[in-house]
Design a protein around this ligand. Structure first.
Ligand code: 13P
Length: 255
């Protein structure tokens, strides 16, 4: 059975590289003793040179929270896959709702995903609706977000993609306010169906699907055991090694 995937999205935290190193080392120290989980820490880009020096275990990898769709050029403020690669960065989150909120369109996200994949990065593509209504319009919303990326993608590139379903309304909330596990299972089936429509059953089955939004030690095991996901994308709880390791321990026993 494959390992559970656990991705940490530190967002724009912590404030200093000293703190970043402390959190990173705290997480790595306990993970080296643990089997059944693969962890990726998506840190602010500025901390990568320091964090990459601390990287010791194969169970931990380094990721970023965004990359641009060109290698170099007149793109003020952007960072390319080529620039982060020397710091042992293998993953990038793309299309996070907090970036979409700043104006990133589906097409813009798609362009970045295709470029990052072409440069050999593993992409954690985030999708998620702003709200849920009884009519189920959120399914169409998720379909549109996914199809913008998948329609321009080769089957071979699918190996480099993970889909993270993050309902925006649950991000930053308490464990009790996260999505219920039955609704998660339903959404996972829907995402697999879309993947299957585009690439066929066997390749679609291999794409890891993750859940993120209000993941804590209390609800994490149920998402893994009953939600049909292959892993979790953790925000605030990933900034506290004790909580993050707690989640790791809780989910490996639920595989
Ligand atoms: P929280 O875990 O803080 O709800 O954040 C979720 C998230 O946005 C991860 O990408």
């Amino acid at each position: 059975m494959s390992n559970v995937i656990l991705i940490a999205n530190w967002k724009m935290n912590p404030k200093t590289s000293v703190e970043a190193k402390k959190i990173f080392s705290g997480i790595q120290k306990d993970l080296v003793k643990m089997n059944g989980v693969d962890v990726c820490i998506c840190a602010p880009t500025i901390f990568l040179p320091e964090l990459s020096k601390l990287l010791k275990s194969k169970k931990v990898s380094l990721g970023v929270q965004d990359v641009f769709y060109e290698g170099t050029g007149a793109y003020t403020g952007q960072t390319s896959p080529e620039m982060v690669k020397p710091f042992k960065v293998t993953h990038t989150i793309l299309g996070h709702s907090e970036r979409r909120e700043l104006g990133e369109s589906n097409e813009f996200v798609a362009r970045k995903v295709h470029y990052a994949v072409s440069k050999g990065m593993t992409v954690v593509l985030c999708v998620g609706e702003r709200e849920r209504t009884d009519e189920g319009g959120y399914f169409t919303f998720i379909r549109d977000e996914l199809e913008a990326v998948l329609s321009g993608m080769k089957r071979a590139d699918l190996k480099k993609i993970m889909i993270a379903y993050e309902p925006i309304w649950a991000i930053g909330k308490r464990a009790e306010e996260a999505l219920d596990v039955t609704s998660l299972y339903e959404m996972v089936l829907f995402i697999r169906k879309i993947l299957t429509e585009h690439f066929g059953r066997a390749p679609a089955q291999k794409v890891p699907i993750l859940y993120g939004a209000a993941v804590k030690v209390d609800n994490a095991p149920q998402f893994i055991a009953e939600g049909g996901v292959n892993g979790l994308l953790v925000g605030s709880a990933s900034l506290d090694p004790k909580q993050f390791i707690g989640i790791s321990k809780a989910i490996v026993t639920k595989k």
